[in-house]
Write a protein that binds this ligand. Structure first.
Ligand SMILES: C[S@@+](CC[C@H](N)C(=O)[O-])C[C@H]1O[C@@H](n2cnc3c(N)ncnc32)[C@H](O)[C@@H]1O
Length: 245
């Protein structure tokens, strides 16, 4: 979750084209995110707000997609410590969590092991995906979910194209993130600017552009829930796209 960070960078979302560069920082956004979430992985699952959020996100995903316990192969991209994955796991054949933070991946796998779940059914790997054939052992997915991470990606446009690459034909991509405010105010505090390039959240047109740019069809964007985080009201959206058959 985006909380308790330090420096105030004053970065802002440069016009909604989905591309940003960490020009003011020695560290890239992926490196800064890995460092931040490594440091917080051990206590992430204990935060009540995080648990509540994961519960609402999982319920919405279970409602929106027809899981088949014997068949559905899922990627939970930017999975963190796995709260969403663990809620989806009983409904899927396999869940692969992917995250840039080794600490989060270790925490994810530790909990899977403690619960006696087999790695064939559920595991996480640390990776910075590029969309290449050799990645993730050539696995392709019926469903890719990405919860509360798009605002952390310097280019969510490129990331959407990469995620679409890993879908099977007919596979679904679902993204949950923070809606952009009509009033143009940042929805995420400036102090998170070193790990969050999109402090204003993402609009329907931002997401539509990214999904259509990735060749995904059947686009939809709707309100998932409203929550108070970091002392502010946030509206979360659920976006869907489908890879052509
Ligand atoms: C706010 S947490 C969300 C975790 C989880 N999806 C959830 O909903 O509980 C954002 C996650 O995005 C990951 N992340 C940030 N940038 C990433 C990147 N470029 N590739 C993969 N994961 C990334 C972080 O390490 C962190 O685990």
């Amino acid at each position: 979750m985006s909380s308790h960070a330090h420096d105030d960078t004053g970065q802002h979302d440069g016009g909604g084209n989905g591309h940003l560069h960490a020009h003011a920082h020695a560290q890239s956004f992926p490196d800064a995110n890995a460092q931040y979430f490594d440091a917080h992985a051990h206590e992430m699952d204990e935060r009540p707000a995080h648990q509540e959020l994961a519960q609402r996100v999982s319920a919405a995903l279970l409602d929106a997609y027809q899981f088949k316990e014997e068949e559905t192969v899922v990627m939970d991209f930017a999975c963190g410590t796995g709260l969403v994955s663990r809620a989806l796991a009983p409904h899927a054949k396999t869940i692969i969590g992917v995250d840039i933070s080794q600490g989060s991946v270790d925490e994810f796998n530790r909990r899977v092991e403690n619960q006696g779940i087999l790695p064939e059914e559920m595991r996480a790997v640390r990776a910075e995906l590029k969309g290449e054939d050799s990645e993730l052992d050539g696995l392709r997915f019926d469903l890719i979910v990405c919860s509360m991470a798009y605002h952390h990606f310097a280019s969510y446009v490129d990331m959407t194209r990469i995620l679409a690459f890993f879908l099977k034909a007919g596979g679904h991509l679902f993204v949950v993130d923070i809606m952009k405010n009509e009033d143009g105010m940042a929805v995420i505090p400036q102090k998170f600017g070193h790990i969050v390039p999109h402090l204003h959240g993402l609009s329907e047109s931002d997401m539509r552009g990214a999904f259509e740019g990735a060749g995904l069809q059947d686009f939809s964007y709707g309100l998932l829930t409203k929550m108070k985080r970091n002392g502010k009201d946030e509206s979360l959206f659920l976006t869907k796209g489908v890879k052509a058959l």
